[in-house]
Design a protein around this ligand. Structure first.
Ligand code: NAD
Ligand code: IPM
Ligand code: MN
Length: 371
């Protein structure tokens, strides 16, 4: 038996998680496995009525279970960042889910890329550091920047800022920071994953030609760990990587990204496989509670209309079963998704005619008839 916390969240999160649960249930039944699904009320409605984001009770609830199955958060009634940082980022950091796993593979004929080349990329996104650490604020004047740096003992800080505009009185900043320990554990996971998948190299993405301090440390650690693991590392600047992902995605296998670039490149990774509607993600703590969700958000533009593609959420369920040690159930789910795609039993974003519930039913039926 597996005990799972289910948090549908906002917007289309509610619609797609309902279908994901349907498919998970069907696959678990086929293998005589019991899933105990315990629902949580997280998101904008609760925040707007009680002011609560991710509470201590929520955290305890999740800690008592083996995994979290999450929909999406985000609501136009709430200022940007409140729900995103207060719920999603807090979940990832509280449970120290330092690897964000985001597969991108060619789903023919749904990939918009020309030709028939197959690609199968595993994006691994560092999930706790970089520009996501909350090291931000607003300062008045360059003096204040210097004082802040000195007060904190950051004597290595280079204050000869390169932009002419930095003489302005009001500075806003958001610092990208990574720790050696944070990069080491992430790099180890990337190289171990490459080894497990039989890959010869890891592609590490950065912007080491401009952000020399931050991604200088990143490269130093990746070089060290590459030697330790006996797996090559190839570096790509993030701009060139965006181009290469469209032009020749078949070149890549395991792709390691810092948090922010990983966020951006995995929406691109979603689009080249067939759209955000099929992109799944796992927020992994290899020794703790992991959380599984679609890459997409709450999509307020289509919420409540039955238009959302449930496949991303369904495949997030697949990643969850894999992580829980049941790849047999995970494979059954992925096979059913493949069959539904082949038979064009898909929603309008993929050129089909089904609504969210019909698309979920179609996949659950294939699971039942194949299991
Ligand atoms: P989004 O991912 O919600 O939507 C982007 C576009 O893709 C929209 O046009 C949407 O209709 C479409 N789309 C997304 N998922 C789809 C699906 N399953 N089927 C069909 N079409 C789909 O991104 P956004 O509009 O930039 O953000 C909306 C809100 O969601 C914001 O508040 C944002 O902060 C939040 N967000 C949350 C998460 C998360 O919870 N993990 C992820 C991304 C964005
Ligand atoms: C994602 C989302 C989140 C992120 C936001 C909503 C905090 O875009 O899961 O990709 O930036 O990680
Ligand atoms: Mn994103």
């Amino acid at each position: 038996m597996y005990r799972i916390a289910v948090a549908p969240g906002d917007g289309i999160g509610k619609e797609v998680i309902a279908e994901g649960v349907k498919v998970l249930q069907a696959a678990a039944d086929a293998e005589n496995v019991t899933l105990q699904l315990d629902y949580m009320d997280l998101g904008s409605d609760r925040y707007l009525s009680t002011g609560e984001l991710l509470t201590d009770d929520d955290i305890k609830f999740m800690r008592d279970r083996q995994a979290v199955y999450f929909g999406a958060i985000g609501d136009p009634r709430v200022a940007p960042g409140v729900l995103e940082k207060g719920i999603l980022i807090k979940m990832r950091t509280t449970f120290d889910q330092y690897v964000n796993l985001r597969p991108s593979k060619s789903w023919h004929p749904y990939t918009p890329l020309k030709g028939e080349k197959d690609f199968d990329i595993l994006f691994l996104r560092e999930n706790t550091e970089d520009l996501y650490m909350g090291a931000g604020g607003v300062l008045n004047g360059k003096e204040a920047v210097a004082n802040m740096a000195l007060q904190r003992g950051l004597y290595d800080v280079d204050l000869s800022l390169s932009s002419k505009a930095s003489s302005e009185q009001e500075f806003a900043f958001e610092i990208g920071m990574m720790s050696r320990k944070g990069i080491e554990r992430f790099a180890d996971h990337c190289f171990e994953t490459a080894k497990r998948l039989g890959k010869e190299k890891v592609t590490a993405v950065d912007k080491a030609n401009v952000c020399t301090s931050l991604y200088g440390l990143w490269r130093k650690v990746f070089n060290e760990r590459s030697a330790d693991h006996g797996i090559d590392v190839e570096y790509m600047y993030v701009d060139a990587m965006a181009m290469a992902l469209v032009r020749s995605p078949e070149r890549f296998g395991v792709v390691a990204c810092p948090n922010m670039f990983g966020d951006i490149l995995t929406d691109l990774g979603a689009e080249i496989m067939g759209g955000l509607g099929v992109a799944a993600s796992g927020n992994i703590n290899p020794v703790g509670v992991s959380m599984f969700e679609p890459v997409h958000g709450s999509a307020p533009d289509i919420a409540g209309q039955g238009k959302a593609n449930p496949i991303a959420a369904i495949l997030a369920g697949k990643l969850m079963m894999d992580q829980l040690g049941r790849p047999d159930i995970g494979n059954m789910i992925e096979f059913a998704v493949k069959m539904a795609m082949k038979q064009k039993l898909v929603t309008a974003d993929m050129g089909g005619t089904l609504n969210t519930v019909q698309a979920g039913d179609a996949i659950a039926n294939i699971v039942r008839s194949s299991g």
